[in-house]
Write a protein that binds this ligand. Structure first.
Ligand code: DX5
Ligand code: ZN
Length: 232
């Protein structure tokens, strides 16, 4: 699968969301951070905003639910138009049932791990998922520094995905920028969320293109020109 760049609208101007979505039309997905002030100490937006945003852009929505009780709320985000729904395993009561329900409703099922949550206990769940999100900051806020200590977990997750021969996307979120994206790509991530690095730039579309270029460079074998992925 080609590498994907998902700008996070958490760093956009919330009073101009439709324009901010249009500003990154070269992006693969629009990353929408839903926070409930319980699972994380911040409050953002909910179902009605996702519904309106979905109508305002052709870019598919990648909803990252940082909320308690995702088992109850996730289906509503699919009905609101999300193409991918990510729940946190720390908050889900029944992650397998939830992932199956998300898929049955026609969206991509994704599970997120906070920095202190290991991947190993969830190896057997991976076939139930379309994407695994390794958080590279503590969830809750944009603009935090990338946690390099997450790189080994990204590597181990990539190894598990390859071991099982899965078509599972591996997303990273938090502190991803021109300074850190190559490290993430080398470690095996293939979907990159970037908030401040995109919306803090003069030209958000150009920032997306630059991030894509850096990630592709980091995963293309030097001298072969055949686009082979290395470092996994
Ligand atoms: C943080 C959110 C991120 C956030 C990333 O909890 O999940 O998606 O928008 O922002 P940056 O890229 O600025 O770290
Ligand atoms: Zn996010």
């Amino acid at each position: 699968m080609a590498l994907q760049i998902n700008p996070s609208i958490l760093s956009a101007d919330f009073s101009r969301l439709a324009d901010e979505a249009k500003a990154v039309e070269g992006a693969d997905w629009l990353h929408v951070d839903v926070m409930d002030n319980h699972f994380v100490p911040n409050l953002t937006l909910g179902v009605p905003v996702v519904e309106s945003l979905g109508k305002a852009t052709d870019t598919p929505l990648d909803c990252h639910l940082m909320i308690e009780d995702p088992d109850r709320w996730a289906p509503q985000y699919i009905e609101a138009g999300a193409g991918s729904v990510t729940f946190h395993v720390e908050a889900a009561a029944a992650p397998v049932r939830l992932a199956r329900e998300i898929r049955a409703k026609g969206a991509r099922a994704s599970m997120a791990l906070k920095p202190a949550t290991p991947i190993e206990p969830y190896e057997d769940l991976l076939p139930e998922l379309d994407m695994l999100l390794v958080m590279t900051v503590e969830p809750g806020f944009g603009g935090q520094a990338f946690l390099d200590i997450m790189l080994p977990k990204i590597r181990r997750t990539r190894q598990l995905i390859d071991k099982h021969g899965l078509e599972l996307w591996l997303q990273v979120d938090g502190g991803v920028s021109a300074a850190t994206i190559e490290r993430c790509a080398e470690a095996g991530a293939d979907v990159f969320v970037a908030g401040s690095a995109v919306y803090g730039a003069q030209d958000p579309a150009k920032a997306v293109a630059e991030l894509r270029h850096l990630a592709e460079k980091a995963t293309t074998a030097p001298g072969t020109g055949d686009g082979l992925v290395t470092g996994r």
